[in-house]
Design a protein around this ligand. Structure first.
Ligand SMILES: [Cu+2]
Length: 112
């Protein structure tokens, strides 16, 4: 129950986060969620998992939906349980978005 509550809150936060906050000319207020996820999946390599901080450090490709070039940085995660599913060195594909002003992994899958 706790996990689904957290997920529900994260979804609510995503819906109400100001679309204009992210830099760039890209307004995703009108995007269908599923469509956005399908188009914004990028490659990342896990550099560090910090469960205490609830963060994962990823070396990531360009995040076009956030107007961000490729770099290595820390991300929040939508579901804290995901931090148990990745470890340093893992390659993933993921979607990041702004949630409460923090860049957050909102979806991911292992890269094949
Ligand atoms: Cu970045």
């Amino acid at each position: 129950m706790k996990t689904s509550l957290v997920a529900a809150l994260a979804v609510t936060a995503a819906i109400f986060s100001p679309a204009g906050f992210a830099a760039g000319d890209h307004d995703h207020a009108g995007h269908d969620m599923a469509k956005m996820a399908a188009t914004a999946m990028v490659n990342g390599t896990v550099k560090k998992v910090d469960k205490k901080a609830g963060e994962v450090v990823l070396s990531h490709g360009e995040l076009t939906n956030l107007g961000m070039p490729a770099m290595t940085m820390a991300f929040r995660v939508k579901n804290p349980a995901w931090l148990d599913q990745v470890k340093s060195g893992d390659k993933i594909r993921f979607v990041a978005d702004m949630v409460n002003g923090a860049v957050t992994v909102v979806q991911f899958e292992p890269a094949k």
